[in-house]
Design a protein around this ligand. Structure first.
Ligand SMILES: *[C@@H]1O[C@H](CO)[C@@H](O)[C@H](O)[C@H]1NC(C)=O
Ligand SMILES: *[C@@H]1O[C@H](CO)[C@@H](O)[C@H](O)[C@H]1NC(C)=O
Ligand SMILES: *[C@@H]1O[C@H](CO)[C@@H](O)[C@H](O)[C@H]1NC(C)=O
Ligand SMILES: *[C@@H]1O[C@H](CO)[C@@H](O)[C@H](O)[C@H]1NC(C)=O
Length: 413
């Protein structure tokens, strides 16, 4: 998002010094809002009226602003702790100012971007906090020649797909979907023509009995709309730009990786429990293919070669009662517990984007590193160490943190 440059860095260091001197004598009557606004004024290089990007709980727009990007209604209750302030930067300088000022008032900063945050950790906290809400920073540029897309953090997936489509419109891929419902639905997308996928599956998966009439050929952008919602067939791509503000159901997600085939009896046991539980579902996403070609240490995401598929345990509901939440969350935990012998072990790997606080949280006490290692190894496997090294080098005070952030090495002191 922000382009690092030496000048910005020097500027930030300089203003930090100024802030600490000016804060050493705060006016006793000033509210947090006033202090923060004054700090922002001193630390941003901007012509914007800064009161238009800073909101206190007393502001009439505060509740909507907070709720607009809540994507899980479980964290939209009156008893959920609310932020002390919301900052909505319009420029990179505003972001820098917000970080400097949160640090100078010594209040935790939670950073919210465009994506699905299943556990709400970008906008809730157990301690007093400020939200840095990045929804205004959502520029996307697509460089077809270099095959590089640059995306600001506030963008949604729909906006990204739309932009890619707009930029590369002349190129379309035909895709195909098949569908078989006995106890399971097989929903698949193939980049190619229907007859190609039919002949591949005849060889590789004859039991499925896929035929050309089971497939629908469509352009790539139509397939994006269809994945979003199969009722979208025939809809205009512009619906991908809908940010769907302030609407969310209740949900819980968990994940697993599977590295050896699950024996038939194991699967039959799973179906049985799912039928008993009644609501929670399971999604299997196949890995392999191209995924195997990327070394597991090439990026922080480590789940490459050796994985047959990823599993997602999911449940969605709309009854706001705590009993419903307890029952449905418990269903996903029951499935997860049943699957223990069939999934990856040491660590039992998990997918970061299906954020799941059940697999460990950080309390930032003296065991912060050990706590971080518990969930960190599940999400990042052997890449965890390198991430801790980077984190310790760039943020030794652990200012940027959330319930499952990368910890710093314990200090030697
Ligand atoms: C997939 O199967 C379900 C259940 O039989 C059916 O309602 C749906 O129309 C099917 N979808 C397609 C694209 O065939
Ligand atoms: C494919 O279509 C045939 C004929 O409509 C149907 O009997 C069969 O169940 C379909 N198979 C799949 C995998 O959807
Ligand atoms: C949050 O709760 C408020 C008040 O009940 C409601 O108006 C709003 O639509 C809810 N938003 C989300 C995202 O759940
Ligand atoms: C789910 O709830 C039942 C009944 O309260 C309890 O016995 C069980 O331990 C729970 N399961 C999990 C995995 O939390």
């Amino acid at each position: 998002m922000t382009k690092p440059c030496l000048a910005c860095y020097l500027y930030a260091v300089f203003v930090l010094l100024t802030v600490s001197t000016s804060l050493s004598a705060p006016s006793p009557a000033s509210s947090l809002y006033d202090t923060f606004l004054q700090c922002l004024t001193q630390n941003t290089n901007s012509i914007t009226q800064l009161s238009s990007i800073l909101f206190a709980p007393t502001s009439p727009t505060f509740p909507t602003l907070l709720e607009n990007y809540i994507r899980n209604a479980r964290f939209n209750t009156s008893s959920t702790r609310k932020p002390l302030l919301i900052v909505t930067p319009l420029t990179e300088s505003h972001v820098q100012g917000a970080v400097i000022c949160a640090k100078s008032v010594d209040i935790q900063l939670k950073i919210r971007s465009g994506g699905h945050d299943f556990e709400g950790i970008s906008y809730i906290s157990d301690e007093p906090f400020i939200i840095l809400d990045m929804f205004n920073l959502r520029a996307i540029t697509v460089d077809l020649e270099a095959e590089v897309a640059t995306v600001q953090v506030g963008a949604t997936l729909g906006e990204i797909y739309y932009k890619i489509w707009k930029t590369s419109k002349p190129v379309t891929s035909k895709v195909v979907k098949g569908n078989k419902t006995i106890r399971a639905s097989v929903v698949a997308l193939f980049l190619g023509r229907a007859n190609e996928v039919v002949s591949i599956l005849e060889k590789e998966f004859p039991l499925l009995g896929l035929r050309a009439e089971n497939c629908t050929e469509m352009s790539w952008i139509e397939s994006v709309l269809w994945w979003d919602d199969d009722k979208n067939l025939g809809a205009k791509p512009e619906i991908l730009l809908n940010r769907d503000l302030n609407s969310a159901g209740f949900l819980k997600r968990k994940s697993d990786y599977v590295q050896k085939p699950i024996p038939r009896a194991g699967l039959e046991g799973l179906w049985k429990i799912m039928i008993e539980l009644g609501k929670a579902g399971v999604v299997f996403n196949p890995y392999g293919g191209k995924m195997n070609e990327v070394p597991s240490d090439a990026t922080p995401f480590p789940h490459r070669k050796g994985n047959l598929f990823k599993m997602q345990y999911f449940v969605n509901w709309d009854d706001p009662s705590p009993a419903a939440a307890q029952n449905f969350i418990n269903q996903t935990r029951t499935l997860y517990s049943y699957m223990t012998p069939f999934v990856s072990q040491n660590p039992r790997s998990a997918f970061l984007n299906y954020r799941d606080l059940d697999i460990g949280v950080n309390t930032f006490g003296k065991n912060s590193f050990q706590e971080g290692e518990v969930y960190g190894r599940k999400y990042f496997n052997d890449n965890f160490e390198r991430l801790v090294k980077v984190k310790t080098a760039v943020d030794p005070e652990n200012f940027f943190r959330n319930e499952q952030s990368i910890p710093v090495y314990p200090s030697k002191a």
